[in-house]
Design a protein around this ligand. Structure first.
Ligand SMILES: [Zn+2]
Length: 883
């Protein structure tokens, strides 16, 4: 356990390293419980920091065997070593070589950080601070070194030995049953990008010829026997490599690019240089075991990690405060990759759904923090929706403000200026300012100020003057540590739509052109007047969600239905329907809370019916339009006095009303969207399946045995996991006999396939009925469940706490007690996963008084527990902090 984490690390305290590391030679002799690591570091004083300083190397739970300086054993009085630190107070003031030998136990490493065993495979995870669990090192991203790694192991146990870079030597070790492989990575990199893998692995292979004509070997390693499940990942990798050349001019740089799928992994995947390590969930796919959503995730995550080779690896972060520099930017890049390969509008809608569900909720609660935080106690807790998803929105706004050409010029300058460096957010933004010759000083507030801006728009029309006026005001509420805020730069893409559905030319009375249809707000309130507007237009605001804001405009229900039917911006067609549904749902939740009756909105249902009937629309878009706001969306809209049971009731009533009113059209669409041919994961086919399955779900929501029978038939007859999973998910929402039959059948079919059994856990954890908590408790004792595997924990406990709003938030508080008990038991074993579970409490302050008190009591109980990890302590203290 680290002891120096009680004081937060602050951005303002940043100091450059006093010692640099030129080269690292690692010699790792793998052994299940006693792996020997010999590290040879060429250290030199940092010429930029001047005065000679002690050498202080980070460690975490290390056992030191020996340490030598320039080949001579260090005398005991010339250094101090603890499991967490190796210090040489008076090193020579010149370059020297330090040889350190440590012993680590991969089998005992249940934190899955550093070197550990995932099943029988040795692997590493070093971001953010795992390298210090392998050897003593200045474990900070601004120390970039050239690594050579020799790995050796028993041939029988680990026939495959991998590390970063290119293979330079391999062979048997004479007279033993062991062998070795030596890898060299010529590109200087920070320690968090180090990786090695050893195990009995199969692989699929291909080659890729880069735009300059270099041939690169591509390999995806998996457990033997699962090779055929890796084909889709390999295809995705090639697509991503080509796309990065075409869209960003970035070419791959080593002779080989490897991906390894492992079964026990704390996160999704890791972009180690030339050797990406993946949670196998994001590699393995067949039509029988993976859904369309799984295929889409694999495609996006393979691309994301590959894109890091330039945004993260070649140019890395100066310190962990700059995490968004690599993550926000790379998420933006993977979003664009998906938009170019699938449907751009549908991708935008689903990204905004995710942003609102996770990031907006985070921004509105006690865990709100700026995209670039200014202090942290545990960096692992800042791999958040804010850093990733809002970070991507900031990059998107830069593109909106500067236009595609200006954006590309800024990116090119960034690659040219900072290749091989550890950079900051300021340096990144400066490249765009320099390329476009503009000032982005105020824009930097997006990185510094937490919270979601509220933008109010009042539209008025003057028939006599033929003008349309938009009065726009922005506010940003206080967030933890930031009581007052300054106005943001908000790019607001707009259109004024005439009665014929066409956009009117935007002619501002002040003569300043509106470039690319984007108004740029910089003050807390502004006024824009447009001339030559004869009749009142309907404004379409924040098109394509050009800024990550909450928008409030004085639009009528008629305006919204008009936008839903006529807007040339597909995002805003979808948004108009969501706004209408959201208004209805929040009104009805308040009515239920007050003991009143719910109202209906026939206009909304008619608008949904028109979308369903419009065969010119992409099926995936129609599916999105028919999906009503999630329970967490409604809770966020309400903001306070949140009663999950009332939300559930209002949402169920709306879904039933849609299913009831549009029954014939839903049945007809269900039939039209049913494909008989072989399965293909392409976007168009996936879109047809998603619309078909949304229709099924709405029909079942309306009640009636026919829809349940249809779902049960689809479950049995399905030729792919998407249709089977959709059918059983629909059944799971209804207390019918077919549900348990399907759940039992599902287990029998897939019991030997852990990734599919995860879906079985998720399904049962998400059932919205009182018995679910007992069911989840029982399932923690099921032979297929294990607290050693993060995927199992996320599937059962994570799904219960994060997606089952009514049962996690039971009014008797039992859901909170269960989660607190579970994460306290898990904390000693895997603090990263435990603290992730804890974030399920992130909206506790918005709950109605009864639940709020019960949640607070459980948070207080966690805080009072002895020997908490820094991960959990940090989350619980921030969750409970006042203001
Ligand atoms: Zn990433």
């Amino acid at each position: 356990m680290r002891t120096d984490q009680d004081q937060p690390v602050r951005l303002a305290d940043y100091q450059p390293p006093s010692w640099l590391v030129e080269t690292v030679d690692l010699d790792v002799s793998l052994h299940a419980t006693a792996t020997c690591v010999r590290a040879t570091l060429k250290l030199k004083p940092n010429p930029k920091t001047g005065a000679p300083a002690p050498v202080t190397l980070d460690g975490d739970g290390l056992t030191l065997k020996s340490v030598k300086l320039d080949g001579a054993e260090l005398s005991p009085e010339s250094f101090t070593a603890t499991p967490d630190r190796l210090s040489i107070p008076q090193p020579p003031n010149r370059p020297f070589v330090l040889e350190i030998e440590t012993l680590v136990d991969p089998t005992a490493n249940t934190q899955l950080s550093g070197l550990y065993r995932a099943g029988a495979t040795y692997c590493t995870q070093c971001e953010a601070e795992g390298f210090r669990r392998i050897t003593y090192f200045p474990d900070r991203p601004d120390v970039m070194a050239v690594y050579t790694t020799r790995v050796e192991a028993e041939k029988a146990e680990a026939p495959v030995l991998l590390a970063n870079g290119n293979l330079v030597a391999a062979g048997d070790i004479a007279g033993t049953t062991r062998h070795f492989a030596q890898w060299h990575d010529p590109f200087p990199k920070p320690s968090y990008l180090f990786a090695l893998v050893g195990g009995d692995l199969g692989f699929v292979e291909d080659t890729f010829t880069t735009m300059s004509g270099r041939k690169v070997v591509l390999r995806v390693y998996v457990e033997p026997g699962k090779e055929s499940r890796a084909d889709f990942a390999l295809e995705a990798l090639k697509r991503a490599m080509r796309w990065d050349e075409q869209v960003f001019g970035r070419e791959y740089d080593l002779d080989i690019f490897m991906i390894v799928a492992v079964s026990a992994f704390n996160m999704g995947a890791m972009e180690n240089k030339g050797l990406n390590v993946f949670n196998d969930k994001y590699v393995l796919a067949t039509p029988e075991t993976a859904t369309d959503a799984d295929y889409a995730s694999i495609d996006a995550i393979i691309a994301h990690e590959y894109f890091h080779n330039w945004t993260g690896n070649r140019i890395t972060c100066r310190d962990w405060f700059q995490l968004c520099l690599k993550e926000g930017l790379t998420v933006f890049r993977d979003q664009e990759y998906t938009a170019d390969h699938r449907s751009r509008p549908v991708k935008r809608i689903s990204d905004v759904r995710v942003l609102r569900l996770h990031q907006f909720v985070e921004d509105a609660g006690p865990l709100a923090h700026p995209v670039r935080p200014e202090a942290y106690r545990e960096i692992n807790n800042f791999y958040t929706a804010t850093v990733y998803e809002k970070g991507a929105e900031i990059v998107r706004m830069l593109k909106t403000l500067l236009g595609p050409d200006g954006f590309r010029k800024g990116m090119d300058l960034y690659f040219e200026r900072h290749d091989g460096e550890a950079a900051t957010v300021e340096q990144f933004v400066q490249c765009f300012a320099d390329a476009a010759k503009t000032d982005l000083g105020q824009f930097m507030r997006w990185y510094r100020q937490a919270g979601t801006p509220e933008v109010a728009v009042t539209v008025s029309h003057d028939a006599k003057a033929k003008t349309c006026t938009l009065e726009i005001a922005q506010t940003l509420r206080p967030t933890p540590g930031q009581p007052s805020k300054e106005p943001m730069v908000i790019p607001l893409a707009i259109g004024l739509i005439g009665a014929d559905g066409r956009d009117l030319p935007l002619a501002p009375t002040d003569g300043k052109p509106v470039e690319r249809g984007v108004l740029v707000l910089t003050n807390s309130s502004e006024r824009f007047v447009f001339s030559n507007v004869t009749a009142r237009p309907v404004p379409s605001l924040n098109r394509s969600f050009s800024a990550p804001i909450n928008l409030n405009a004085n639009l009528t229900a008629d305006d919204l239905r008009f936008l839903a039917a006529r807007d040339s911006d597909p995002f805003n067609r979808w948004q108009a329907l969501q706004t209408l549904a959201s208004k209805l749902l929040t009104d009805n939740v308040r009515a239920v809370r007050a003991g009143g009756a719910m109202r209906e909105d026939p206009g909304l249902i008619a608008a949904l019916g028109s979308v369903l009937a419009d065969t010119n629309l992409e099926p995936a878009f129609v599916a999105q339009a028919l999906t009503v706001p999630a329970e967490a969306d409604i809770a966020r809209e309400l903001g306070q006095d949140v009663d999950p049971d009332a939300i559930f009731a209002a949402r169920a009533a709306l879904r039933a009303a849609i299913g009831d009113a549009l029954g014939p059209a839903l049945r007809d669409t269900y039939r039209r969207m049913t494909d008989e041919g072989p399965y293909s994961p392409d976007a168009a086919s996936a879109g047809r399946r998603s619309l078909k399955n949304v229709c099924l779900d709405l029909l079942a929501a309306a009640g009636g045995a026919a829809a349940i029978a249809l779902a049960a038939r689809q479950y049995q007859a399905a030729s792919n996991m998407t249709d089977r999973m959709a059918a059983i998910s629909t059944l799971s929402l209804h207390a019918v006999r077919e549900r348990q039959a399907a759940i039992d059948d599902f287990y029998r079919r897939y019991e030997s396939d852990p990734l599919v059994i995860d879906k079985w856990f998720v399904l049962q954890a998400a059932i919205p009925e009182t018995r679910t908590l007992d069911r989840v408790r029982e399932l923690t004792r099921h032979p297929a469940f294990s607290f050693d595997n993060p995927n199992r924990i996320r599937a059962l406990i994570g799904a219960f706490a994060q997606s089952n709003q009514t049962q996690f938030n039971r009014s008797d508080g039992a859901g909170y007690v269960f989660l607190a008990d579970t994460l306290l038991a898990l904390d000693a074993k895997n603090p990263q996963v435990a603290s992730r579970l804890m974030t399920a409490f992130k909206s506790w302050r918005a709950l109605e008084a009864g639940r709020r008190a019960k949640a607070q009591a459980e948070l207080a109980r966690v805080r009072a527990a002895p020997s908490l990890s820094t991960d959990v302590r940090d989350i619980v203290e921030r969750s409970l902090a006042e203001g």
